[in-house]
Design a protein. Structure first.
Length: 302
């Protein structure tokens, strides 16, 4: 282990005791939700993980360290700093060496979780192949990370801002299994169905853990996508979210948004266009994912 890793007292104690730990990302806090709901949600999600029998480890880059588990003050700083940098694999060394404030994406959180020996990571939605990627080449680094880094990523599928079919094709090519929980369909973040199927349905944490353990025992490195749909009562109407997504995508095109700014722009615009209703759905699904992730982390320990 290298000197860049810094564990909070809670996470250090959990490691010493061999307890189940669940990693949580921080780009969702800095670039995915507005302040102060972001900080409040982050703390509530951590508590759900504890209630599920595991220990939460929210990961961010602060003062030249990979912080695994954040204090209230660190979380507040991350949630309320306009200069927090969105950090993917490419950006990790720069942000650490420059001692800047970094919020980790799915890709960067997977890297840090693996360094910290954490096998389960809970997020909202993963990045993917963007619509129009055949000309823009915009494919999230999250997908390459899933191909190479051995962490199970619990999510509510991918947003329809992406090309969900191409995202699943890309994952298949790179040998990343996509598991769904409680249904065969692959969920689309704000809605329970995307029209695409997951590869395997595994409803219980014990089955998910057995599958993941088997993969890694075989020496098949790389991640697993564990997708669980947003609870019925919190899902958004499909027609509304499709219309708003189309509008947000058109605006991103008109404004020439590119590179790492694309996803944050679309997330923020969808929130505006739904007058905040998408945020309530977003919060509900992350909490639901936290329950699934905690159970999985406990099962992987058993
Ligand atoms: N998708 C969501 N919510 C998010 C993100 C993606 O529904 O908050 C964030 C995650 O941190 C993800 C990142 O890793 O955006 C992907 O960004 P990009 O598309 O630039 O790779
Ligand atoms: Mn991109």
């Amino acid at each position: 282990m290298h000197a860049f890793l810094q564990f909070s007292p809670e996470v250090a104690a959990a490691r010493a005791a061999g307890k189940a730990i669940v990693a949580l990302e921080s780009t969702i806090i800095s670039h995915g939700m507005p302040y102060p709901q972001n900080v409040q949600t982050a703390r509530e999600v951590e508590q759900i993980v504890r209630d599920g029998g595991a220990v939460p480890a929210t990961i961010a880059l602060i003062d030249g360290k990979i912080c695994v588990g954040l204090s209230d003050e660190q979380l507040e700083r991350l949630g309320n700093s306009p200069d927090a940098i969105k950090v993917s694999r490419r950006d990790l060394a720069y942000v650490l060496a420059q001692k800047r404030l970094g919020a980790t994406t799915v890709a960067a959180t997977m890297i840090c979780a693996q360094m910290a020996g954490i096998e389960v990571f809970v997020t909202g939605g993963i990045g993917g192949v963007h619509r129009g990627a055949e000309t823009s080449f915009d494919i999230s680094a999250d997908l390459q990370e899933l191909a190479r880094t051995s962490v199970a990523v619990v999510c509510a599928g991918v947003k329809s801002i992406l090309d969900i079919g191409l995202t699943l094709e890309y994952l298949e090519t790179h040998g990343v299994p996509v598991v769904s929980v409680g249904q065969r369909g692959f969920p689309a973040f704000f809605t329970r169905e995307s029209g695409f199927q997951a590869d395997f349905q595994l409803d219980s944490a014990a089955e998910q853990a057995a599958f993941i353990r088997t993969k890694w025992t075989l020496g098949l490195a790389g991640g697993v996508v564990v997708s669980t749909p947003v609870p019925e009562a919190d899902a958004m109407p499909r027609a509304e979210i499709d219309r708003i997504t189309a509008q947000a995508l058109a605006e991103a095109g008109q404004r020439g948004i590119s590179g790492k700014a694309v996803t944050p722009f679309l997330l923020a615009r969808i929130k505006e266009l739904t007058e905040g209703r998408s945020l309530a759905t977003n919060i509900a699904l992350v909490k639901n994912n936290a329950r699934t992730g905690a159970a999985l982390a406990v099962a992987l320990r058993g």
